[in-house]
Design a protein around this ligand. Sequence first.
Ligand SMILES: Cc1cc2nc3c(=O)[nH]c(=O)nc-3n(C[C@H](O)[C@H](O)[C@H](O)COP(=O)(O)O)c2cc1C
Length: 328
Amino acid sequence: MLNSIVRKQLKINGKLSVRNNIFLSPLDINKSSIDGTVSQNDLMFHSSRSKDVGVDVVGSAYVSQTGKTSTNSVSICKDSDVNQLRYLSDAIHQNGSRAFIQLVHAGRMTNSNTNGGLPVIAPSAVKAKHGDFPIPREMTKGDVYQVIQEFTDAVDRAYAAGFDGIELHGANTFLLQQFVSPQSNQRTDMFGGNLYRRLTFVTLLVTKVIEHAKKLSSNFIVGYRLSPEEIEDGGMTLDETVSLAIVLDKLGIDYLSLSISNYAQIPQTVDTEMSIVSIFEKFVKCQIVVAGGIKTKQDIIEAGHKADFLAVGMALINDPDWLKKVGD
Ligand SMILES: Cc1cc2nc3c(=O)[nH]c(=O)nc-3n(C[C@H](O)[C@H](O)[C@H](O)COP(=O)(O)O)c2cc1C
């Protein structure tokens, strides 16, 4: 029954075979040890949730202590994390699923309780509109290049730990999105200003990460997750994130993942009846992963008409056997 609703034996960007079109959406399940090492709970979660999916994306691994997003997130910021992370990729592989890990830097979306008292850094000294976060320190050029290096080092660790790919976390208002958004990036140097300049950081980062990943292995996957819109005054519009997606596509990312709350959602920042995912499908050549409210057999079929891959969060959190059952 399941065979009739999921697509099987696919390849990501012609490089990496995956058994079906369902991803376990990146989830920060907040179950790692306080120092970011993989816990038994992490292992149990991923062993049980990767049983049937094509790809399991381990959510929000922080690339530096400064950029830790929550107290019990998983760490990929030091070489000593590699051994623990290997247990995670092994557990996922034992289920026949591909193992990816999402790399994150919180930027201004953290505080001293979470990041161990380190400075909170961001493109500009502009406080986040929501949450208990301090006014960040504006990043120096040195900080910018250091963060790019931290992501590159994390790619090495992901590869050494046996993952099949990484996903850059450019969504949910973390650092990468903060550079693109005119609300959080008010810099006047080469990293700020018009959209073209606000894309400089992401362009440098993605170029370096892709170059690096290719040296490690020709089929190591580099995906990018973005939030298509910021629904707040002065936030990113859909037009702007489509431009970002076009740039990412040209740089050679292997897939683009859209973080939205419903896969069929239409935009709020441009006037159209087209769904967000269809708009992105129109403008980029790379494969698209869409998330948001995929819960039923009908959702899998409908979302499967819109995007190459479907990312599922809550349904698999609530029931590890969801994918098997939903086909019945
Ligand atoms: C507990 C929880 C943790 C999440 N953590 C992350 C994360 O680390 N990275 C990310 O990109 N999205 C994260 N998300 C968003 C999910 O990946 C997904 O996009 C969202 O839940 C919508 O899909 P769903 O309706 O199938 O749950 C999280 C969501 C939940 C519920």
